[in-house]
Design a protein around this ligand. Structure first.
Ligand code: PAF
Length: 277
């Protein structure tokens, strides 16, 4: 496996490649992305990972400071999974000190995480566009847990005519249903044990479909009830929204493909999940 730790190493990059962009603290969810990337790349292509804790997408300095950093084990996991090259630029090299260009999405980022994390998707789009530009992958793989991110990156590619195929991969879960996330490592044991309620709440709301429920408020009320019933004191709903699956705008009624998505805070650990309706 090649380790490209600087922009200067990039001419060495194997091509054509399938890129898995990450921020490190890799877990089984990322492993599923690497496996999917290998299948997409086929025998002749290569799988490339980037590990870059992108400072531009953090709206809170303490969130960036607390984000787990596990580079040594991340590199070992990549090696074990047959990743061909890993790109680990430093923020100082990746963004020049006085960089002044940002990429802003103006529709899909209005709700969900975009509403509660100002500037987050500008940071994501800027980093991803730059990764695509410097690494020139033929395809890239993203998880559906970050559904809004995936939808926005598809838009980025469509609207800026980028020659990259985007693949969305199903969320990998713990046996109790909690979506795998680097942030799970930061939960205290009581909150970790409780956190499976997020999946249960979304599924309980989705089951209303069978009753013919069409009002978004019906789904939201059911999910809210399951999220808050007997919840530990540290739990807060950051957002709970029902949106159109294509343009991510709020829906008063469920008539076509919809997405019920939430972000839940356990003290200051923020977990997201979603379910298609
Ligand atoms: O999902 C992530 O890990 C990040 O948002 C990404 C796509 C690597 C951009 O920094």
């Amino acid at each position: 496996m090649r380790h490209l730790s600087s922009l200067a190493d990039i001419p060495d990059m194997p091509a054509p490649s399938v890129l898995v962009p990450t921020m490190g603290a890799l877990h089984e969810g990322h492993a599923a992305l690497f496996r999917a990337a290998r299948e997409i790349a086929d025998k002749d292509g290569s799988v490339l990972a980037s590990i870059f804790l992108n400072p531009l997408q953090f709206d809170r300095p303490d969130d960036l400071a607390d984000y787990p950093r596990t580079l040594e084990t991340d590199l070992a996991l990549c090696e074990n999974l047959g990743v061909d090259a890993v790109f680990t630029p430093s923020p100082v090299e990746f963004y020049t000190a006085d960089h002044s260009i940002m990429v802003r999405e103006t529709l899909l980022s209005r709700n969900l995480c975009g509403a509660t994390r100002p500037g987050h998707f500008e940071g994501v789009c800027t980093a991803v566009l730059k990764l695509f530009h410097v690494l020139r992958p033929a395809a890239a793989v993203f998880g559906k847990k970050d559904y809004q991110q995936l939808a926005i990156i598809r838009r980025l590619v469509r609207d800026l005519s980028l020659p990259v195929d985007i693949h969305g991969i199903e969320t990998v879960r713990e046996p109790d249903g909690l979506a795998l996330s680097s942030r799970n490592l930061s939960l205290d044991p009581e909150h970790r044990a409780d956190a499976s309620r997020i999946r249960r709440a979304l599924l309980a709301a989705r089951d209303l479909r069978e009753t013919g429920e069409q009002r978004s408020e019906g789904y939201l009320q059911a999910a809210r009830h399951h999220l808050l019933q007997d919840a530990p004191p540290g739990l807060k709903i950051d957002y709970l929204e029902l949106v159109d699956r294509e343009n991510l705008q709020l829906l008063p009624k469920v008539a076509g493909p919809a997405l019920l998505a939430t972000a839940v805070l356990y003290d200051d650990v923020r977990l997201i999940d979603n379910v298609e309706i």
